[in-house]
Design a protein around this ligand. Structure first.
Ligand code: B1M
Length: 212
């Protein structure tokens, strides 16, 4: 990994928000692309944090500090990742399912979709099936995106899809799902229209489902 991206990685793992901002700025000044800072610095750092949590080198406070630091870096990159200008004219309602507080991956998916010209309504985390249904009524999206990071919350996806169906809204939209514990097979079992393992493939999938 190039030295400047290594510095970003270390700063996130250390949970040092100021250092993340300084190292991201430094990497941009040195000519690194926002995509490489994301893919080679910020995202692998969160994997390392997860690894340290699993091996009990880190506990929840360290994981939270790293998440805050990561989000500071994402906020810095956001204007560069989100293109302004004409949109593709389709709306996406996005959220992390009920019981789940993880929002970094979902936010990244939202940013990349905005970057692809879609109008994104991000409902945040811990979103109940009823809130998804209300958001579909309010915003009339072509796509609903569900994110889950826990094996204990991925089970909320199916009731969310069922609630959209029971409200008579399922046929007007496509549902896409993602998050570390998910798979293509799981997506198909719960009746989603597609699964994406990462943010850039969420964009490809969305564009394909919309026929763009
Ligand atoms: Co949590 N946590 N966490 N955590 N946390 C994981 C997920 C875990 C794998 C860590 C570990 O043990 N190695 C583990 C889950 C184990 C499991 O379920 N099998 C875990 C646990 C156990 C927990 C708690 C239960 C810990 C506790 O309290 N004892 C607790 C649960 C709280 C809750 O949600 N109810 C908890 C809490 C937290 C924090 C709050 C401290 C913090 C989240 C802060 C925040 O998000 N604001 C946190 C963090 C940071 C993590 C790790 C370290 C990093 C997650 C992350 O942001 N990754 C994580 C370990 C890991 O993932 N390696 C872990 C970076 C992000 C860019 O990737 O989110 O995977 P990711 O998103 C990717 C793809 O998954 C995909 O695209 C994204 C971008 O490429 N994707 C989609 C995601 N959503 C998508 C939607 C799509 C398409 C693609 O379409 C709609």
């Amino acid at each position: 990994m190039p030295k400047n991206l290594d510095d970003v990685f270390e700063a996130v793992v250390a949970g040092d928000r100021n250092r993340v901002e300084a190292t991201v700025e430094g990497a941009l000044q040195d000519g690194s692309s926002p995509e490489s800072i994301l893919k080679e610095g910020l995202v692998p750092a969160m994997d390392e944090v997860g690894r340290r949590f699993e091996s009990c080198e880190f506990y929840v406070p360290e994981m939270m500090a790293a998440a805050r630091a990561m989000k500071a870096g994402l906020t810095q990159l956001r204007p560069r990742l989100v293109r302004s200008g004409p949109t593709a004219g389709s709306r996406v309602v996005l959220g992390t399912v009920q019981g789940d507080m993880h929002d970094i991956g979902k936010s990244l998916v939202g940013m990349m979709l905005e970057g692809a010209g879609l109008e994104v309504y991000d409902l945040g985390t811990d979103v109940s099936p009823a809130r998804f249904v209300q958001a579909v009524r309010d915003h009339q999206p072509a796509i609903v995106g569900l994110s889950a990071l826990l094996t204990t919350t991925m089970g909320q996806m199916q009731p969310t899809i069922a609630a959209i169906e029971q409200a008579g809204l399922r046929r007007q939209l496509k549902v896409i799902v993602g998050g570390a514990p998910l798979s293509e097979a799981y997506a198909s079992v719960i009746g989603a229209d597609g699964y994406a393992p990462d943010a850039s493939r969420a964009v490809t999938l969305t564009r394909r489902l919309l026929g763009l």
